[in-house]
Write a protein that binds this ligand. Structure first.
Ligand code: KG4
Ligand code: ZN
Length: 338
């Protein structure tokens, strides 16, 4: 839950259910929804106290209507509707992905003109073109199966490294050889990529499920032979495959769409190798890379409030109370129109 004034962040209160997810080795939708329900009122109260404002002083309320896990979305939307109704404040039902981009205004004010965004987390892997935060965001590419963070989590499980997989693979990969095993780079064959003049169907898209299967087969081979699994080499080689495809596709999408600035967001933005390779490839392509602080990259309430505030100041009409969640909400729907 976040409270912002214009582009100033007053509070970003995160009620995380990570401990429970760690216990169960992943995000269980039912547990995530229950945590939302439990935490809403206490988090609201402490956010107002920390920000030093009363509910009365709030001008508008914004909530994520999608995309995402429908149970968690429903809890958030129901709570926000109740709050809007009880307080008589306008309510905006906004897009989670666009909110990941909108958070950047808290980290430096106005967004650059030719902006692209690369969102990489446990739930998404997307490249966006951001013409206007309030009315023109386009999806250039997305994963057709697993999200990148999800691949990290699944591979970590295969390697017996626990949940969440990203941070531990990031760490252990430093001790391994990224060239030890050549894992497949999803959707990089000419039939998917095509050319700039004649783009293939998946030119800017990602796929990580084949990579995950390749890692599983590789681990099995060692086990069948009764050999010790070279965990660090596999982790490093897997990570290199993920990061190589993500960075090369993001840079290509920027170049082909005239995007001079790229914003990185999502939990995987914390990854050391992703940051390093993306910074290097953006620099050689003349693209300015922006990476907000980690607390604003991972899912948070401030990003929703930040986008809400942008919509209010752009004069976008509030959604009102007659809307539902949309777990597949397209990125072009920045806020719902009632
Ligand atoms: O944005 P986020 O906190 O939550 C959502 O998924 O929406 O992202 C969590 C994901 C997890 O899959 C986790 O494994 C991954 O981000 N992650 C990382 C790193 N830190 C977190 N992946 C790679 N390297 C990291 N250092
Ligand atoms: Zn997210």
């Amino acid at each position: 839950m976040g409270i912002v004034r214009g582009t100033d962040l007053l509070v970003n209160a995160v009620a995380s259910s990570m401990e429970e997810h760690v216990r169960f080795g992943g995000v269980i939708p039912e547990i995530a929804s229950r945590a939302h329900l439990n935490e809403f009122v206490p988090t609201l109260e402490s956010a107002l106290t920390t920000a030093g404002v009363t509910l009365d002083e709030i001008d508008a309320i914004a909530v994520t209507s999608g995309p995402g896990l429908s149970g968690a979305l429903m809890v958030g939307v129901a709570a926000a509707k109740a709050l809007a109704m009880a307080s008589g404040k306008p309510l905006y039902a906004i897009n989670h992905l666009v909110a990941h981009v909108g958070v950047a205004v808290l980290d430096g004010g106005k967004l650059p003109e030719n902006l692209g965004a690369l969102l990489v987390s446990g739930g998404h892997t997307e490249i966006l073109q951001v013409n206007s935060l309030s009315d023109d965001v386009r999806l250039l590419g997305a994963t057709i199966d697993d999200a990148a963070g999800e691949a990290y989590d699944k591979v970590a499980r295969l390697l017996g490294l626990g949940y969440p997989g990203g941070p531990v693979i990031d760490k252990i990969a430093r001790e391994g050889d990224p060239k030890a095993i050549r894992f497949p780079r999803g959707l990089t064959l000419p039939k998917f990529v095509g050319s700039a003049e004649n783009p293939g169907k998946h030119r800017h898209d990602f796929s990580f499920s084949g990579l995950k299967t390749a890692v599983a087969r590789c681990v099995e081979q060692y086990q069948l032979r009764g050999e010790e699994v070279p965990v660090a080499d596999i982790a490093a080689s897997f990570q290199e495959a993920v990061v190589d495809v993500i960075t090369s596709k993001a840079v290509r999408a920027c170049q082909e769409h005239g995007l001079t600035d790229l914003l990185l967001g999502g939990g995987v933005a914390a990854n050391t190798r992703l940051r390093e390779l993306l910074a290097a490839r953006c620099a050689s392509a003349g693209i300015t890379l922006r990476v907000p602080p980690r607390s604003l990259c991972t899912d948070n309430g401030a990003m929703v409030a930040a986008l809400g505030a942008q919509l209010v100041s752009a004069g976008v009409k509030p959604t009102g109370l007659k809307f539902s969640t949309d777990s597949g909400q397209p990125v072009s729907l920045i806020s719902l129109v009632a």
